[in-house]
Structures are given as structure tokens and as C-alpha cells.
Design a protein around this ligand. Structure first.
Ligand code: ZN
Length: 417
């Protein structure tokens, strides 16, 4: 069934929007519902593109608040890894449903995920009505079954997710260059090309990773990734905190995408900031991610957009280095086409959008874009629509209570709460 939104504010005008079969079929003043349409009166609300979360581990909502304020390795070894070894499908399913609920509340409709039990993630995303590119973390160092186990997991993910609901697509997600052998990275590059699927990897998150890479491979992370055949237009690099000029040049040439995660970087105190202005100068595609709720702890991308802008201004000692409009574009995926964001609101575009309460205190008065980035959070979102389907209306997501209860149950089972 088609959806028609009336009385929404867009760039100061009162407009209507009609969505049919997941796309915007009409947008502008005078667009009215057709007989049989679902209708939504958006009086007092502004229409904005939906956000895209370019890097997360959705089911890690179960770990929210579990081991905050700990050094990274200690947190992983003492808290995360012991529990992850006991994860079941239903843990990942309900953890992901909780993540989707939080993202819908904040106007996010699309995500790139890397986590265990990807088939459970896929089911949860489809049930929640979102769109995702999903990969199992591929690791062969320090594991019992080494490269063989990595291959089994990769082939399994491709097989399961290539036939999944249309809203879910597979990726190959080698965890990082320090957890995957060179042999397996080369194997992943070949499989990604063969299946024409994207590659999602953490890169250059810590200074230690760069130093180890130089010592072990004689070159920095991006050049190493290029050498093993993994740096291309279908590659998503999460973090990129320590990329130098030559690496950014190479990433720009290869057409890879960097997804920056400013909140996770600051919470884990990596000590640096993704060099966005230099990346932009070299034409690097850039998106924004929350990372997992274990290290953020929120999945409110609008809140993180402010962190991104502030981190960049602060690092450059220049408040003009990035604008609110540019920041919002990055948060919607508009500056990284490979991520598959919905794009600007226009006829024939994907019908992924949000309605924000234009008269909310934090959006009053002043420019909407500036207020959304510097003053707003996900709390200003009233309605979220993904592929023409209303996922939240009037701040209410159907089934939210059950999702929170079931996720808490799973966290309890795991001994987290
Ligand atoms: Zn991550």
C-alpha cells in the first residue's frame, strides 16, 4: 500500500510526499493522497533524509554499559570475548532488534553490520523493517581452526545472506589486518571479486596497529591492504584514525570508503582523530558510524554527527573546517555512494526519511540543519519511514516493549545484567 505524507515542511515550503513500492513517487506542494493510501499528517514537522549507520556491531547492544571505563584489551579479554563465546542465535537476534529499535527512534534506516551469527542479524533487520549489509567477522589468528574455519564462515555467510530478504545483502568482513593472516586476506579479496560483494574491515584504529603493520609487513595498513588486493571501490574501512597522506592518496585513487566512528574512538581513547579534511581533499568517500553499543554506548547517529563535527574542528583548530550541512550529508551516506544511502529527497529516490518535530525546544529557533547537527539528538525524530513503510509514528514503535524485555532476558542469560 502507498503512503502519502501531507503538510510537511521541506526547505521552508509546505509539501506532500507520496511513497509507493519503496520509492518516492511524488514530492512537492499540492501532493495529495490517492484513494486507498495510508496517510500521515505531518503538520509541524520537517522532512529530512534518513540516516545511514556505516559501521556497527548491532547485537552488542546486549553489552551496553558492560565494562565501561576499561582499557581496550582488558575490556575485550575480561568482558567481551568470554561472553561472545557463549552467544546463541537468539542473543544476536534480540540484541539486533534492540539496536534496530534504537536506530529507528533516531531516524536511521540503513546500517553496515559486522557480527557473529549474521543470519540472526539478517532476520532481525528484516523483521524490524531496516536495510543492512551484513558480514560475519572473519578471524583466523589465534583461533582453533585457523584459515580453514575462516573460509567455512565466509562461504556460509555468502550462501545464507545471498538468498535473504531483499533488504539484506552480504559483505565479507575480515575483522582487521592484525586478526587475519595475509593468506586469508588474499583469499577474501578473491572471493569478494568473484561474488561481487563488498569488503568491510576495521583499519588503522590504533597507533599500535600501524606500528605492528610496519614492523611485520614493512608498510602502513592501507598500502598493505592494497598489496593483498583488498583496497578497491567496494571496500569499507572503519575508523582510519591514523591514515597518513600517502595512504589517503591511495585510498582516494582506489575509490575505497572510510567510515569514521568519532564517539567510539573518543570513548576508547585512541588518541587521534580521523584526518577528514585531508581525506576530503583527496576525494575519499566518507561515511559515519556509531560502532557497537559496547564502545559507544548509543546508536544515536544524530548525536554522533555533532561529535564528528566537533572532533574535526578541534583537531584542525579551525571551526570552519566542516559545516553542519556537510556533516548531515555524511550522516545520511550522501558522501559515500558505495554505502547505499537513500540519497536526497527527490522523486524516484528511495522512500527512507524521517519527520522531525520542527517546534521541539532544541530545534527552536534558527536554521534546521544547524540545529539538527549541533543541538538535536534522535529525540527530535517523530516518525521514521524506511522503503515507504512507517516504522515509527508519533515517537511510537510497535512492539518496542517486547524488544526491550527480550533483549534484557538475553543479557541476563549471558550474565551481563
Ligand atoms: Zn567496530
Amino acid at each position: 500500500v502507498a503512503l502519502t505524507v501531507t503538510n510537511a515542511i521541506l526547505d521552508g515550503d509546505r509539501v506532500g510526499l507520496r511513497a509507493a513500492e519503496g520509492r518516492i513517487s511524488a514530492l512537492g506542494p499540492g501532493v495529495e493522497p490517492e484513494p486507498g493510501d495510508e496517510t500521515l499528517d505531518a503538520a509541524g514537522m520537517a522532512l529530512v533524509p534518513a540516516l545511514l549507520n556505516g559501521h556497527t556491531h548491532a547485537a552488542m547492544t546486549l553489552f551496553r554499559g558492560y565494562g565501561d571505563d576499561m582499557p581496550l584489551m582488558e575490556w575485550l579479554e575480561r568482558r567481551i570475548w568470554p561472553v561472545e563465546s557463549r552467544l546463541e542465535d537468539d542473543d544476536v537476534y534480540w540484541g539486533t532488534r534492540l539496536a534496530c529499535l534504537e536506530m529507528v527512534r533516531g531516524g536511521t534506516t540503513r546500517l553496515w553490520d559486522m557480527y557473529w551469527h549474521p543470519e540472526a542479524t539478517a532476520r532481525a533487520v528484516a523483521d524490524a523493517g531496516l536495510t543492512a549489509v551484513i558480514g560475519a567477522p572473519l578471524i583466523d589468528r589465534g583461533t582453533d581452526d585457523g584459515p580453514h574455519g575462516l573460509r567455512v564462515s565466509a562461504v556460509d555467510t555468502l550462501k545464507t545472506l545471498e538468498s535473504a530478504d531483499g533488504a539484506v545483502k552480504p559483505a565479507l568482513a575480515p575483522h582487521a589486518i592484525y586478526t587475519v593472516s595475509e593468506e586469508s586476506l588474499r583469499w577474501v579479496a578473491e572471493r569478494a571479486a568473484e561474488h561481487d560483494v563488498p569488503v568491510h574491515i576495521h583499519l588503522s584504529e590504533t597507533r599500535q596497529e600501524v606500528e605492528d603493520c610496519v614492523r611485520e609487513h614493512g608498510t602502513r595498513p592501507a598500502a598493505y591492504l592494497d598489496r593483498v588486493g583488498l583496497l578497491g571501490p567496494r571496500t569499507l574501512l572503519a575508523h582510519g584514525v591514523w591514515l597518513d597522506e600517502a595512504e589517503l592518496e591511495l585510498i582516494g585513487e582506489r575509490g575505497a570508503t572510510v567510515v569514521t566512528n568519532p564517539v567510539a574512538n573518543q570513548k576508547l581513547a585512541v588518541g587521534g582523530t580521523f584526518p577528514y579534511p585531508r581525506a576530503r581533499d583527496r576525494g575519499v568517500a566518507v561515511g559515519l558510524g556509531t560502532d557497537g553499543a559496547g564502545s559507544n554506548n548509543s546508536l544515536d547517529l544524530l548525536a554522533d554527527a555533532k561529535f564528528f563535527a566537533l572532533a574535526q574542528k578541534h583537531a584542525a583548530a579551525d571551526p570552519a573546517i566542516v559545516t553542519a550541512a556537510e556533516t548531515l550529508e555524511i550522516a545520511t551516506g550522501a558522501r559515500a555512494p558505495m554505502l547505499g544511502g537513500a540519497g536526497p529527497l527527490e522523486k524516484d529516490g528511495l522512500a527512507d526519511f524521517a519527520l522531525v518535530r520542527a517546534h521541539a525546544a532544541e530545534l527552536t529557533p534558527g536554521d534546521l540543519t544547524a540545529n539538527l547537527v549541533y543541538s538535536g539528538t534522535g529525540a527530535v525524530v517523530d516518525t521514521t519511514v524506511a522503503r515507504g513503510r512507517v516504522l515509527m509514528r508519533g515517537g511510537i514503535v510497535e512492539g518496542a516493549e517486547e524488544v526491550c524485555a527480550r533483549a534484557t532476558e538475553r543479557a541476563r542469560r549471558l550474565g551481563i545484567v
